[in-house]
Design a protein. Structure first.
Length: 380
């Protein structure tokens, strides 16, 4: 029995484990159910015949596992995450986010594809080798963290502290998906991130809006500060932001040019009228893959409920995420952002770092890339 036949034979068990995993909340941004989910994942791995343990990091637990091969001395480290994003706004969900409802043959839940579904699928593939007493083609190690959705703040320290345990010849992350053309995607890296919060407080309490001629409105301060960071065409205006951006190589440019355009799929699926700057085709892909970004993730200030209230807020907050490309360093960019706001007259705007992660890139010629490409061609 091959792996696909085994999966079909055990499909009901596969779906049960999948739904069980999804029903357990693991919202890292609010620390809801994360620890419970880590131990559940350990149990699911052990149920698949995989040695597994929960290791405490400085933050949320890491779930580690391993399966030995009798055929190879090569080791593959599989990385993923069991935490999920907050499901807000809840009232926009047709089905409850943590009930894992079956709809037209599909499971609907928070984390169904990012990344609990991918974890269960890979565990099922490894289970085939364990349960059929066949040797896995390589040694496999698993590293599943519970803080990816908040920028993996404790992952670097965890990896450094467990270097020998995690030693491997290659690392893969099953956190992607199918291209709109239904072709599998092999991503040769990920953008980094710098997640910050801008805060401005000008009074002890909210005051009546009649005081607007006399009291500084922190909401306006945040709006003006944000306006100084990015231009309407998407260019980040912070001095020195692009200094370390690595130029696109000819090899990378060729690979990008071979990716089928996603323009129409993005416009249709997201209900967007046009892409920023009117870009299309290869130009759109280059911006998506190769350029740094500055995004406002959220704004909060004053009265935003139904009806009206004449209030001058005492405080305003904005959350921003900056996506970084290879060679950009989040710590350096954080300092550049602080200096930029000071130079633009916003010393009263506090900048708080909420999380950061370095970008990464794998050469197309790397053995793991070539092996993954051959496997995808065989499978699809």
């Amino acid at each position: 029995m091959d792996v696909l036949s085994y999966t079909k034979f055990t499909l009901e068990d596969f779906i049960d484990k999948y739904r069980c995993f999804l029903k357990q909340p693991s919202i890292s941004a609010r620390n809801v159910g994360v620890r419970e989910c880590a131990f559940l994942l350990r149990d699911l791995m052990e149920g698949s015949g995989i040695y597994a343990e929960v290791i405490q990091s400085r933050g949320n637990p890491v779930v580690y596992g391993e399966v030995e091969s009798r055929e190879s001395d090569k080791t593959l480290l599989v990385y993923s995450h069991y935490d999920v994003q907050p499901p807000d706004p809840i009232n926009e969900w047709i089905y409850p986010p943590f009930e894992a409802v079956m709809v037209d043959g599909k499971v609907v839940a928070r984390g169904a594809s990012d990344s609990k579904g991918n974890i269960i699928a890979f565990l099922k593939a490894v289970e085939y080798y364990v349960k059929s007493e066949k040797s896995a083609p390589v040694n496999v190690k698993f590293l599943f963290e519970g803080e990816e959705e908040i920028g993996s703040p404790n992952l670097p320290d965890f990896v450094e502290a467990h270097r020998s345990l995690l030693k491997a010849d290659a690392v893969v992350c099953w956190d992607g998906g199918l291209h709109p053309s239904n072709r599998p995607s092999i991503c040769l890296g990920v953008k980094g991130i710098l997640y910050v919060e801008l805060r401005c407080k000008t009074a002890k309490v909210d005051v009546h809006s009649s005081y607007a001629p006399l009291i500084i409105n922190p909401a306006w301060r945040i709006v003006w500060a944000l306006n100084s960071i990015k231009s309407q065409d998407g260019r980040i205006k912070v001095k020195g932001w692009y200094d370390d951006v690595r130029p696109l190589t000819l090899e990378d440019a060729k690979l990008i040019s071979e990716i089928p355009p996603e323009d129409e799929d993005i416009l249709r699926e997201l209900g967007v009228k046009e892409l920023l700057g009117g870009v299309r085709g290869v130009d759109a892909l280059r911006k998506l893959i190769c350029e740094p970004t500055a995004n406002i993730a959220g704004l909060k200030s004053g009265y935003i409920e139904e009806g009206s209230k004449t209030v001058l807020p005492c405080e305003a907050v904005a959350k921003l995420d900056f996506r970084l490309v290879v060679d950009q360093k989040p710590d350096k960019l954080f300092d550049l952002l602080r200096r930029h706001l000071d130079d633009e007259g916003f010393k009263d705007v506090e900048v708080v770092k909420l999380g950061s992660l370095l970008p990464s890139k794998t050469p197309p010629s790397a053995p793991i890339v070539q092996a993954s490409s051959r496997a995808a061609e065989e499978t699809y």
